[in-house]
Ligand binder design. Structure first.
Ligand code: ATP
Ligand code: MG
Length: 458
């Protein structure tokens, strides 16, 4: 199992994401009956779609959706991606959730079907029970040491962290390495969260929150489990844990083992693609372990955003996946109506072949009212620690209605910089006006590019 652990760590490291525009979303914001609370878990409005998404989560957890798909349809900036992320948060750590964009398929190095296959296998979990040594406690303090991202110097990533964990009986400070720090950042843990760090593999798990250590933000309805009291006992201990690895982790572990063996023999093999034989062998082993009751299967979710970017080959691959024995739940999103299926001359709803459409439950999202946009902008402002004057807020809402919500949200950070340069903390109307001139939205940039094209082509 130790190889699996190492590989899993590596794949987590690769999955590192930047602080995203959806970081305020903590769940679907539903009450116990599954009814959406108008503003909760960072989500605003979009009540019908959230209710439907809540039912989807229930069906996924009960295993009633395997082999089926969900499609979110709606205009740009209406929260399709946001809702898919909310579903991921509701499913919890244990259910694999893999997110990709349709455009990611077109890589020069790896075949489309290979990219899809990897994503599919990442989205299928295998649950294993075992005894592990862990550091477990409530976060009292967390400080990141930051460094530039290896590929993108404008993005800061954690290089390490210092963390203080506490229980009723003990308090311990740990210096953790980059891989653990990145997981802490990715999980978005903060003071008051109860976490567990695997002493051998370095994996981090968020177990919930403990009441009263830290005040909640105003839009918080905790998706995480809430504990009334500090846990008791030692921070470093042994306990039975249930871990979930994915088929992808197992493929990689098997491939790594094989590579190691080959390199001992002396044939240096550097493969980009995983041999189908390896996947077959992994499937076989998993099937056997399932039969013997040693592990359980956890079908996860593969989310494909901008699904109209897929071509006919990719769609037929997905149809086959849905029919296969190990299939994740596929959630897709698109903002297209009737459009050509890529790679063909056939027009189809949302650019998706009809046979696949037949297997999808479709959820529509609708455009926001100005009031809803205002709430969303205020939540983003709080999340990004930006102060807005009343007039500046109104102007941003106007920009969101006229251009797009996403564009308005993106203006927050530059507007904050401009306000700060003028020695103010609060963003005023003039700052928003200034940044909306400095940065244009997509429609404007396309218009400009067209205008220039005309000039050049004459
Ligand atoms: N109901 C909502 N509550 C809170 N925030 C939201 C909501 N809907 C959207 N947002 C936020 O507004 C921004 C734009 O939404 P999002 O990117 O999800 O739209 P989209 O429908 O996926 O658009 P596109 O078609 O352009 O991909 C994001 O920052 C998102 O997190
Ligand atoms: Mg989107």
């Amino acid at each position: 199992m130790s190889i699996i652990r190492e590989v899993k760590e590596e794949s987590k490291r690769q999955a590192l994401k930047r602080i995203s525009v959806h970081s305020h979303i903590r769940g679907l914001g539903l009450d116990e009956k599954g009814e959406p609370i108008r503003i909760a878990d960072g989500l605003v409005g979009q009540v019908e779609a959230r209710k439907a998404a809540g039912m989807v989560v229930k069906m996924i957890k009960e295993g009633k959706l395997a082999g089926r798909g969900i499609l979110f349809v709606g205009p740009p900036g209406s929260g399709k991606t946001a809702l898919a992320i909310a579903i991921a948060r509701e499913l919890g750590e244990d259910t694999p959730f893999v997110m990709m964009n349709g455009a990611e398929l077109y890589s020069a190095e790896v075949k489309k079907t290979e990219i899809l296959m990897r994503a599919v296998r990442r989205a299928i979990g295998i649950r294993i029970r075992e005894f592990r040594r862990v550091y477990e406690g409530v976060i009292k303090e967390l400080k990141f040491a930051l460094a530039s991202h290896p590929f993108n110097p404008y993005v800061k990533v954690p290089r390490g962290a210092r963390i203080t964990l506490a229980t009723k009986d003990e308090e311990k400070s740990l210096e953790v390495d980059q891989s653990i720090a990145m997981q802490l950042a990715q999980l978005g843990v903060r003071r008051g969260d109860l976490i567990s760090i695997d002493a051998d593999s370095g994996e981090v798990f968020k177990l919930g929150r403990v009441k009263g250590v830290e005040k909640a933000k105003y839009y918080d309805v905790e998706a995480a489990k809430v504990f009334e009291e500090m846990p008791k006992g030692k921070i470093f201990k042994e306990k039975e844990v249930i871990r979930t690895v994915t088929l992808y982790d197992l493929d990689e572990a098997y491939a790594a083992q094989k590579r190691a063996m080959i390199s001992i023999i002396g044939i240096g093999a550097e493969e980009r693609e995983i041999d189908p034989e390896i996947r077959k062998a992994v499937d076989e082993t998993v099937r056997k372990a399932l039969d013997e009751g040693k592990v359980t299967l956890v079908p996860g979710v593969l989310f494909i955003d901008d699904v109209h970017m897929l071509d006919i080959e990719a769609f037929s691959f997905l149809s086959r996946v849905l029919e296969s024995e190990f299939s994740p739940i596929i959630i897709m999103a698109t903002n297209r109506g009737i459009t050509k299926i890529r790679g063909t001359d056939i027009e189809s709803p949302h650019g998706i072949p009809l046979d696949l459409l037949d297997r999808l439950l479709i959820i529509t999202v609708r455009p926001y009212t100005p009031d809803e946009m205002k709430e969303i902008i205020l939540i983003r402002a709080e999340e990004e620690e930006v102060k807005l004057s009343k007039d500046a807020t109104d102007l941003l809402v106007k920009i969101a209605s006229e251009r797009s919500l996403r564009y308005a949200v993106q203006l927050l950070q530059p507007a904050k910089m401009i306000a700060e340069k003028k020695g103010r903390e609060e963003i005023r109307v003039e700052d928003v006006e200034e940044v909306s001139k400095l940065f244009v939205d997509v429609t404007q940039s396309v218009e400009l590019a067209k205008k220039w094209e005309d000039k050049f082509l004459k």
